[in-house]
Design a binder for this molecule. Structure first.
Ligand code: TIU
Length: 234
């Protein structure tokens, strides 16, 4: 699909309105599908959350990830986490609340939310290929203190298909950052999940309200359909 020099366009049936994208300037951005958020014993569970709430996003992401790989779309994965010496972890984040284990403490999947530990890694079902980009981020947003802007500029990316966890935290923060930087974001509704189903619903509503104040929302079927029915212009 991306081999032609002419633009290959797809129209996604999104809310609040359909959006036409040139696939060559579109990347799939998968936010924080890490064991630390998805599995028992990780950061998410230490905060008191029911991690089983997030499992529903895995299959829809997997289907779109396969389609993106088949068509040569740029795929970017992110991971939230910190250096082993915690030098990039603000005390305000580490000391917050009363989790069962704090960031950096030893847990069943290694030290909680620390780069290089088993819990920090991406779940096997969505594991990055060597050719794909992996962005390590210390914050909730994928732009803060990362090389993401440089990567998007290098590949000429103007549009982001965004999915991952959690809808109202790292997905929403990243979409807001991206929107302010001029990227069109289409958020995959069934490819995101929250520990709180009501926050998932509201997180998506916040993005698409007011004429799409932060971006567009579409389900994985709509994204796949747009990829399948693309047209070459010119
Ligand atoms: N706690 C929670 O909902 N999310 C995070 O801490 N990070 C991400 O969303 N990745």
């Amino acid at each position: 699909m991306l081999s032609s020099s002419k633009p290959t366009l797809g129209v996604i049936s999104a809310e609040p309105e359909p959006i036409k994208l040139d696939w060559a300037s579109t990347a799939l951005l998968i936010i924080d599908m890490q064991r630390d958020f998805m599995e028992p014993g990780g950061f998410g569970e230490t905060l008191g959350n029911d991690v089983s709430q997030l499992a529903r996003a895995v299959k829809p992401i997997g289907v779109v990830l396969k389609a993106a790989r088949d068509t040569g779309m740029l795929v970017i994965h992110t991971r939230e986490g910190h250096l082993p010496d915690l030098s990039d972890a603000p005390p305000a984040k580490v000391e917050r609340g009363a989790p069962s284990l704090r960031i950096g403490d030893p847990g069943p999947m290694g030290r909680i939310l620390i780069r290089g530990e088993a819990g920090h890694d991406i779940i096997p079902e969505l594991y990055p290929l060597d050719s794909e980009v992996v962005i390590d981020k210390p914050g909730k947003g994928a732009f803060y203190a990362t090389e993401l802007t440089d990567v998007l500029e290098k590949y000429g990316i103007e549009n982001l298909l965004v999915c991952g966890v959690t809808t109202e935290v790292c997905v929403n923060t990243t979409v807001r950052e991206a929107n302010d930087r001029g990227y069109r974001c289409v958020v995959m509704s069934d490819g995101c999940a929250s520990y709180f189903p009501e926050f998932h619903e509201m997180g998506l509503k916040m993005i698409k309200a007011q004429g799409g104040i932060f971006g567009w929302v579409a389900d994985s079927a709509a994204v796949l359909e747009a990829m399948k029915t693309s047209t070459t212009q010119g």
